[in-house]
Design a protein around this ligand. Structure first.
Ligand code: SF4
Length: 360
């Protein structure tokens, strides 16, 4: 059963759709895939410049597959959730070399690619291939829970299953990709988390929450607990020749494959200096003399936050070894931009260059 609101939604989309660089009347599966991966957990305005730069660097799936992972991570630097970039590279290798350069055109085929889940498979199948494939993302959860005045907690599997069943039932055979994009765009621009613009909404005649006046209470979500916070020490380690020692994080896990000033989390009953000496020994097998604290950077990840304390360190012993790191390198300070770093380490680099104030 096509959504009773599909015609009104599509008519609104035809009038109001934003002109985004990945939208086209003849969509290319590569650019649709790339944009959908970039848009996961990330705002449209943030994605646009990355999308342009990424496509300039890797214009085809083959070019992406043939690029070293380090170059891909470098192009992704600052966009966050780096497992997306690693999976993008892995999936490009599969498409370019196992699939003859052709993306799968069904949800099932797309789900087999690294980094492609149910939402992304639905988006690519409907937008790039015109398949009648459903999708639900954060925007769609909000629109559906208001349209249906859903009072169950959207983080529960039962309510999520209901949302996916609506998505599946309602996606039309005609223009499924535009319909899916219209739903997400409505959630992004009209049915916003706070103060939805119901008077301007093309679906207000059918919206149960609008009729009941419960828009502000939908979707129902249980309150998230407080995120843990960690104190982290990092060493700006210099060798006798003044070069800097940087380490590459293990390829899997948080910020996997990115480079960093080595260090780690402070344990209870340990000073930051002791923490740094212990971490550098465990991670790289080196000894250092810890000097002055250079700067302090606060950074929030999805599930926790950190305060990173960067210290000037002098290398005093031990040849570096990649014990709890993927790799390490001695580099000149001028070479820092050739490596991909996470946001907090970038702040330390800005400090070293005198571009950010000392946050002590
Ligand atoms: Fe959202 Fe209001 Fe439209 Fe309902 S009428 S879908 S609450 S913007």
């Amino acid at each position: 059963m096509t959504a009773p609101f599909a015609a009104a939604l599509l008519a609104w989309y035809d009038r109001a759709a934003a002109d985004l660089p990945w939208r086209s009347s003849d969509p290319d599966p590569y650019t649709v895939w790339l944009s959908e991966i970039m848009l996961q957990q990330t705002q449209v305005a943030t994605v646009i410049p990355y999308f342009h730069r990424f496509l300039a660097a890797f214009p085809t799936v083959r070019a992406l597959a043939d690029a070293p992972l380090d170059d891909v991570l470098k192009a992704w630097e600052g966009l966050g959730y780096y497992s997306r970039a690693r999976n993008l590279h892995r999936a490009a290798l599969v498409v370019a070399y196992d699939m003859g350069g052709q993306f799968p055109d069904t949800v099932e085929g797309l789900l087999a690619l690294p980094g492609v889940g149910r939402y992304t498979a639905g988006a690519i199948a409907s937008i790039a291939f015109g398949r009648r494939a459903p999708l639900v993302d954060g925007n769609v959860y909000r629109v559906f829970s208001r349209l249906m005045d859903e009072d169950g907690d959207v983080s529960t599997p039962a309510v999520q299953a209901r949302m996916w069943a609506w998505a599946e039932d309602w996606v039309p055979a005609d223009r499924p990709g535009d319909y899916n994009q219209a739903l997400m765009e409505l959630g992004r621009t009209v049915c916003t988390p706070k103060n939805p613009r119901c008077r301007d909404c093309p679906l207000n005649g059918l919206c149960r929450a609008f009729a009941a006046g419960t828009q502000a209470e939908r979707p129902v979500k249980k309150k998230a607990g407080k995120k843990p916070h960690y104190e982290v020490a990092a060493g700006v380690v210099r060798g006798a020749d003044g070069r800097l020692l940087i380490a590459q994080r293990p390829l899997e896990g948080l910020l996997g494959g990115l480079w960093e000033f080595p260090g780690g989390k402070q344990e209870p009953d340990e000073t930051l200096t002791e923490c740094l000496q212990r971490e550098l020994l465990e991670e790289l097998g080196i000894e250092v003399e810890v000097g002055e604290e250079l700067c302090v950077v606060k950074h929030a990840f999805t599930h926790f936050s950190i305060t990173l304390h960067a210290f000037d360190c002098r290398h005093t012993g031990g040849e570096p070894q990649a014990i709890q790191a993927h790799a390490w390198a001695w580099i000149d300070e001028g070479e820092l931009d050739a490596y991909s770093f996470g946001k907090a380490d970038r702040e330390v680099i800005n400090y070293l260059r005198g571009q950010s104030r000392r946050l002590l």
